[in-house]
Design a protein around this ligand. Structure first.
Ligand code: SAM
Length: 341
């Protein structure tokens, strides 16, 4: 197996596959609008097509795959895809990111199909706040989904929380304490100015430093965990041994170690969360390209990569939402829910 590197020496190791652009929540930081332009159904990759592309990626160095969306559990029969991917020895880590709504129904089946890990997005423990943030009444379903994931016995369970000033920054301790009760590691994510976040502003960002200060006041000493990893979260340990993470994508981006690329449900390949242009792998696949030709295209794309999207955003003064609603309507691939987060 060869491992391709980009222009900054970063390997291609991590592939996030969005299996649908549809979502059953309307989170204010991701899908705040009333109307969206959806990908045409006929463009959505079949599982066999995803399977074929994954073989190309693994032969170029990818060994970690995360299924995402939209809400990945809205994709019919997702366990079939999980079974296909889990059977590949080259896939050493197969994870799913879900909002949890449909997890109670599917957790056991996903585990049986070979899924290794689950991350559930959970921004609040308060049902009324959940409703205000997501515009859906489904908090209890999410908690049942988390309980089901725990019962299904995945290798690890994580809870991801987007922290927004004025929305949920007062729940950091509650979320860590909840994480302890369900055996999950909590990761706090800074609010990012990505596509879809059309209501973003810098004063709604609750920074890593602010989070650490709050948690330090409550828990006392917090020890950073030193680890060699391309994972986005910096991890910390409380004095009772509890570990949590912070993903400081907005105030301290980690482009230098980013080994992630994203495949949309319709087969567009993006090399950076902030990239405006992707590489159309569906067209090549459906035109009958051979595996070698697809691999050559992917390798060439990665070798040309110099993206440092989040770091470049950091240099901007008067930082505002990345994209206007009109731009997102013209190209839904720019949306976070299409790109998979
Ligand atoms: N529906 C699934 C879920 O809720 O986890 C998967 C897709 S969602 C787009 C993936 C992740 O992106 C979620 O954890 C979500 O909180 C995060 N996300 C979306 N918009 C964000 C933003 N503006 N800033 C930070 N994280 C964001």
């Amino acid at each position: 197996m060869s491992t391709v590197q980009d222009r900054l020496g970063r390997p291609l190791r991590n592939l996030r596959i969005s299996v649908t652009d549809r979502c059953n929540l309307r989170c204010q930081y991701c899908m705040p609008e009333e109307h969206y332009v959806w990908l045409p159904r006929s463009d959505i990759l079949e599982f066999e097509e995803i399977d074929a592309l994954v073989d190309c990626f693994t032969e170029l160095g990818v060994d970690r795959i995360r299924l995402t969306g939209g809400e990945p559990l809205m994709r019919h029969d997702l366990t079939t895809l999980v079974r296909l991917l889990a059977a590949k020895p080259a896939v050493r880590d197969l994870a799913l990111t879900s909002n949890g709504l449909l997890l109670a129904e599917h957790a056991a089946g996903l585990a049986a199909a070979g899924l290794h890990r689950v991350t559930v997005s959970l921004d609040t423990l308060r049902p009324e706040r959940f409703h205000a943030l997501t515009r859906r009444t489904a908090h209890a379903q999410v908690l049942s989904g988390i309980a089901a994931a725990r019962a299904a016995g995945f290798r690890s369970l994580k809870l991801d929380t987007v922290v927004m000033r004025g929305t949920n920054e007062d729940e950091l301790v509650d979320l860590i304490e909840y994480g302890k009760t369900v055996g999950a590691e909590v990761r706090f994510i800074e609010y990012m100015d990505v596509g879809g976040a059309t209501h973003w502003s810098i004063d709604k960002v609750y920074s890593r430093d602010a989070m650490l200060a709050d948690l330090g006041r409550h828990y006392g000493a917090i020890a950073p965990i030193r680890e060699e990893s391309a994972a986005p979260a910096e991890r910390y340990r409380l004095s009772d041994g509890t570990v949590f993470g912070i993903i400081a994508s907005t105030t301290a981006p980690f482009c230098r170690s980013c080994d992630r690329a994203r495949l949309t449900a319709d087969g567009m390949w993006y090399l950076c969360l902030y990239a405006r242009i992707g590489i159309d792998l569906r067209a090549a696949l459906r035109a009958g390209a051979t595996k070698e030709a697809l691999k050559a295209r992917i390798a060439a794309g990665w070798q040309a990569r110099a993206d440092r999207g989040a770091e470049q955003r950091l240099d901007r003064r008067d930082r505002a939402p990345l994209l206007a609603v009109s731009e997102l309507r013209k190209d839904p691939h720019l949306e976070m829910h299409t790109r998979g987060g």
